[in-house]
Design a protein. Structure first.
Length: 423
């Protein structure tokens, strides 16, 4: 074996759960080896949801929107006792998000939030979404929505899945004096990607030509809403610069995935990783081999150099179907890395309900790993599969993040709880 890496912790996955776990572990002096690709990070809006709704249960009922997430936790756990929030308390949730958002802020991505109430900010479709921590470049939308001054929302010809007119129309019942406009960006035309615009705005020349095409649309507007595209690094500085050039207040609205907010987080993490005791294998996989003298042996694949990792602890943060941690097969849902038992309906017939919009949701969204109090996945005998193997994030059973609006919340809070329970 050409290269053997010894570490305190091997993290399988570089989505929000894996990334947060690496930061938490590094802050606690642990050495880490980690592999994975972007997972659903590229899909995130940038909003960090803790709990936005308590949906109908299997028995029925209606979804209850959540304004105060901590007050609603007992009700959530009462309705869904298997939810992973049973493993974390309020103090642990706050600690996890403070630590992660402090890290992001130090990396130039300032996050705001973390109070008692959820923020309500526009989704890419212009509906209002309840969320807990938000990028500082998106937060001003809240102030805009509470005011009356003219606001113009702009999209770009060729940018798919983001319509300024649709967003303005959807927000209009809540806020008068909104209009949607489309601009044609300089360049060859055709399809436009938010990431390319963001990279263009990293340059002084790019911002100058962007301001030139936007200026004629401003008119009497005091506010300008843009698809999330204000650079990859230090977006607040780019926002300030554009505000100065255009003489308006600006806010970003998330776009359909893949979006710039996830790319920002990924790049900030990768840049900071060189200052941590972290061996990061990007776009590679870890294969679980065996346990050897109190150490777990894993193999890094996807590279021509053969490497093995010998770790005291392992964290499975491999995600669900999109991340690749779970896969649906003819006979059932399988956990892909170790082959752990997956809590799932007895029959495939029960994965989905007949009506797509059934208020009770689809059971497949709550499948995943069952763990003990220390977030150790259970084996077929109901005991922890391995003494120092933990799991975090969306691979855990019980959270239907789409309906509960708890995606980042589960990922970040269980990552800290798992890291803290490691020896
Ligand atoms: C379209 C969309 C929009 C969303 N919007 C929001 C939002 O606005 N707010 C919010 O809070 N949440 C949102 N979410 C949910 C949130 O993104 C997820 O809940 C969260 O990202 C889950 O993180 P995770 O780290 O558990 O899994 P993932 O992000 O899926 O990461 C799994 C990781 O495991 C890796 N992996 C799998 N197998 C292996 C292996 N063998 N070796 C190494 N690595 C492996 C993958 O490569 C990946 O890096 C959204 C999700 C989607 C899809």
């Amino acid at each position: 074996m050409a290269d053997t890496i010894h570490c305190d912790l091997a993290i399988i996955g570089t989505g929000i759960a894996g990334m947060a776990a690496a930061i938490f572990a590094a802050n606690r002096g642990m050495s880490v080896a980690q592999a994975g690709n972007t997972g659903s990070l590229a899909y995130t809006t940038g909003y960090f949801d803790l709990l936005g709704s308590i949906p109908a249960t299997d028995e029925g009922g209606k979804a209850t929107p959540v304004n105060e997430p901590f007050k609603a936790l007992p009700e959530l756990l009462n309705a869904f006792p298997q939810h992973p929030y049973r493993f974390v308390d309020e103090a642990g949730m706050r600690e996890a998000f403070t630590e992660l958002t402090d890290f992001l802020t130090r990396s130039g991505l300032r996050y705001e939030g973390g109070g008692e109430t959820n923020h309500r900010l526009p989704s890419p479709a212009g509906t209002l979404k309840r969320t807990w921590f938000v990028p500082a470049t998106m937060r001003p939308a809240e102030e805009m929505l509470a005011g009356t001054e003219e606001c113009v929302i702009v999209d770009f010809a060729g940018l798919k899945g983001f319509s300024a007119r649709q967003i303005a129309a959807n927000l209009s019942p809540k806020r008068a004096n909104l209009r949607g406009e489309t601009v044609r960006l300089p360049g060859p035309g055709g399809e436009v990607y938010a990431e390319n615009v963001a990279r263009m705005l990293e340059t002084e020349r790019g911002r100058e030509s962007f301001a030139k095409v936007l200026q004629p649309l401003i008119g009497d507007a005091s506010w300008l809403g843009l698809p999330a595209c204000l650079g990859i690094y230090r977006p607040e500085d780019i926002m300030d610069d554009m505000e100065r050039r255009l003489g308006v207040r600006i806010f970003e609205i998330p776009t359909m995935p893949p979006g710039v907010p996830g790319i920002r987080i990924k790049e900030a993490f990768e840049e900071a990783s060189s200052g941590m005791d972290l061996r990061l294998f990007r776009q590679q996989r870890l294969v679980w081999e065996d346990q050897h003298d109190e150490l777990y042996r894993l193999r890094v694949t996807g590279t021509s150099v053969e490497r093995q990792v010998l770790a005291k602890n392992v964290l499975l943060a491999s995600g669900r179907f999109l991340g690749g941690g779970l896969t649906g097969e003819r006979t059932g849902i399988r956990e892909t890395v170790i082959g752990l038992p997956v809590q799932q309906p007895d029959s495939r017939e029960d994965w989905h309900r007949f009506n797509y919009f059934d208020q009770r949701g689809h059971k497949v969204h709550r499948t995943g790993l069952v763990c003990d109090e220390s977030l150790r996945p259970l084996g077929n005998d109901g005991k922890p599969f391995a003494q120092h193997l933990h799991a975090a994030g969306s691979v855990l059973a019980g959270a239907d993040w789409m309906r509960m609006k708890c995606g980042a919340g589960v990922a970040v809070t269980t990552a800290l709880a798992a890291v803290k329970s490691m020896k």
